[in-house]
Design a protein around this ligand. Structure first.
Ligand SMILES: [Mg+2]
Length: 193
């Protein structure tokens, strides 16, 4: 089967804006970036408030990026397996026992196709490659995109930047571009039927 893997935060929602908004509400602050939050409150407080955010109603009810959800629904209809991947620590059941369920509920509530949910750096994900083929990965962070493109997986990084090709398999596309058309032509160029 042909698999498309898609990140959650920053692709299917408006992270980091939602996170900055949460922190500003909690601390009555007016931070503009997550880097500014980190450097002002320090790593320990940053991690503590991030934990609180992970459990919050605010996070459970985050708005999805409807445009990207529509793209995944169209791809699903065409027979691709959609695997949602995240760097949220869903595998750490001791510390975050409910995080995986919270994430699955959010995906379901927003009708986001999800054949399987994986921690992004779980080797089990790449073991899927033995029987299946990951034909595309979608992310919002270039560093994390490289983890996939370095494995020869065509990778699309969606963000504020203009279109660019960073390597043989790593492509940048702006959130305002027509992502579905771009994906179809990329799959076509890569010979994916
Ligand atoms: Mg992300």
């Amino acid at each position: 089967m042909k698999i498309i893997t898609c990140d959650i935060d920053g692709v299917l929602n408006d992270y980091p804006l939602c996170w900055i908004k949460y922190v500003n509400n909690e601390l009555s602050a007016d931070f503009l970036t997550k880097e500014e939050i980190k450097s002002t409150i320090g790593h320990s407080d940053y991690d503590n408030i991030k934990d609180k955010y992970r459990w919050s109603e605010f996070k459970a009810n985050l708005k999805c990026n409807r445009n990207m959800v529509n793209v995944l629904q169209l791809l699903k209809k065409q027979g691709y397996l959609i695997m949602i991947v995240t760097s949220r620590p869903i595998g750490n059941k001791m510390k975050y026992p409910l995080l995986e369920d919270l994430t699955l509920n959010w995906l379901k509530k927003n009708r986001i196709p999800c054949d399987k949910l994986y921690y992004k750096f779980d080797d089990a994900l790449f073991n899927e490659l033995e029987e299946n083929e990951i034909v595309l990965h979608i992310d919002d962070e270039i560093d994390q995109g490289y983890a996939f493109s370095n494995k020869q997986i065509p990778t699309l990084v969606i963000g504020p930047d203009k279109k660019a090709q960073l390597s043989n398999n790593l492509f940048i596309v702006s959130i305002s571009d027509c992502i579905y058309t771009y994906i179809k032509s990329l799959l076509n160029d890569k010979g994916v039927k």
